[in-house]
Design a protein around this ligand. Structure first.
Ligand code: NAG
Ligand code: NAG
Ligand code: NAG
Ligand code: NAG
Ligand code: NAG
Ligand code: NAG
Ligand code: NAG
Length: 364
């Protein structure tokens, strides 16, 4: 075997070993990674960083899973970040009335550090003890202007929550009619809240009546309900679509993990568009089980925020938060592999190179 061939073999093997554990970690405030393996980009999006905490988003398993490690203290009434996975923009923007399906499936969990093997009840107590204020949500940004819907600060936001600590409430919780605005999707009732922030931005939040830890459904009935009820125009352009965890406070290090996810739009006329599902809406006087009358009596104070942000949740004490920035305009973050694995791979490479040189020495 020639020197060159041996060298090539060794370096190829090194690269292959490295590729087996390619994890990307984003720790900067707006660190961003656009995957070439899955149709998603990722953003650490710690836009409300108050200097009293940290957030790192790690992408692994060929970009099919990510985790966020965070801790945020200080003023618990403001959002610190919304680290997220974002759908490829190739089918966006799309007008609401042309959304044929909004496919979302994922599995996730949140736990305070070192409590992951505790019972659900014990974990909830740990979350409460550390003042955890978070949700998980699918998040969309809209505008009547197609181009502006894809940029910073679009005037309208629609969120679909899946899981949340009881210490957070959606914006507009005091003024909404969740009992009336209830839609059942995949066996779970979601109720709608909506409110405005100081900039006049309109935020819609669908909240499930129970915590979910996995979803596999088409959320488009929740969009259809909003324009069919005349709450928004169906002509609005949706420009951005994300799934992540909105974080206001975590007294101790906390972990969020999401895996096995799909977040995808199909539009009228797309070859893979699903037939429109029939909507099961309830406009009855049924009481939404999780609406808290005691909490909704508090006065909400709107805080002035950067125009690039829109509020989407409040804390249960009534203070208003701000929410995630609309889009990621940050440059690519440099991904790096986990150091242990790199080290092993390098050792293996050096060993192979040494071996090949020994072979060549013997041969010559
Ligand atoms: C990510 O890359 C894909 C493929 O090159 C591109 O179509 C898409 O616009 C990129 N996404 C973002 C958010 O830049
Ligand atoms: C988008 O929806 C509008 C309103 O329902 C409809 O007139 C139009 O044909 C749809 N566009 C496509 C491409 O199907
Ligand atoms: C991934 O999610 C799908 C639903 O979308 C589910 O049927 C499947 O069991 C999940 N896979 C794993 C490994 O959990
Ligand atoms: C929880 O259980 C898993 C699987 O048994 C284990 O790998 C992990 O170390 C445990 N975590 C803690 C904090 O004990
Ligand atoms: C969701 O889970 C958290 C943590 O376990 C718990 O504190 C909260 O009460 C749950 N919320 C609902 C609506 O069940
Ligand atoms: C789009 O956004 C820019 C910047 O905020 C604004 O100046 C412009 O008027 C917007 N265009 C439309 C059509 O809304
Ligand atoms: C959803 O709410 C409706 C009434 O608002 C009720 O009839 C239905 O059983 C609920 N579905 C679930 C899954 O709880």
């Amino acid at each position: 075997m020639s020197k060159v061939l041996l060298y090539l073999l060794a370096s190829l093997l090194t690269q292959w070993v490295l590729a087996q554990d390619q994890a990307t970690t984003l720790c900067g405030q707006s660190d961003f990674y656009n995957s070439t393996l899955v149709p998603y980009s990722f953003n650490n999006n710690a836009w409300g960083d108050n200097g009293q905490g940290y957030s790192c988003l790690r992408i692994y398993d060929d970009d099919t899973a990510f985790s966020v490690t965070y801790q945020w203290t200080g003023d618990a009434s403001t959002v610190k970040g919304f680290p997220y996975v974002k759908a490829d923009p190739s089918r966006l923007p799309v007008q609401l009335w042309n959304v044929s399906s909004l496919e979302f499936s994922a599995q996730w969990r949140t736990y305070v550090k070192d409590t992951e093997n505790w019972s659900d009840e014990e974990q909830a107590i740990a979350m409460d003890n550390t003042g955890l204020r978070v949700n998980t949500a699918v998040d969309m940004f809209l505008s009547d202007n197609a181009e502006n819907s894809t940029g910073l600060g679009p005037p309208i936001e629609i969120m679909i929550w899946q899981w949340f600590t009881p210490t957070v409430l959606p914006l507009g919780h005091a003024e909404s009619t969740p009992e009336k605005d209830t839609v059942e999707v995949a066996g779970t009732n979601y109720s709608l809240y909506h409110g405005w922030n100081a900039q006049g931005q309109h935020v819609f939040s669908w909240l499930p009546h129970k915590n979910l830890t996995s979803v596999d459904t088409d959320y488009s009935p929740l969009l259809r309900y909003i324009y069919e009820q005349g709450l928004l125009s169906g002509a609005l352009y949706m420009g951005q679509l994300e799934f992540g965890t909105e974080i206001m406070h975590a007294g101790e290090e906390t972990h969020f993990e999401a895996w096995n996810y799909t977040l995808r739009i199909t539009r009228d006329g797309d070859p893979d568009a699903l037939p429109r599902p029939t909507t099961t809406t309830t406009s009855s006087s049924t009481t939404a089980t999780r609406t808290s009358t005691s909490r909704t009596s508090t006065t909400t104070t709107m805080s002035t925020t950067d125009s690039a942000t829109t509020p989407t949740m409040t804390d249960a004490s009534g203070a208003t938060s701000t929410a995630n920035t609309a889009s990621s305009v940050s440059p690519f973050a440099i991904g790096y592999s986990s150091t242990g694995f790199t080290f092993i791979a390098l050792l293996l490479g050096i060993f192979l190179l040494t071996t090949s040189y020994t072979l060549m020495d013997n041969a010559s």
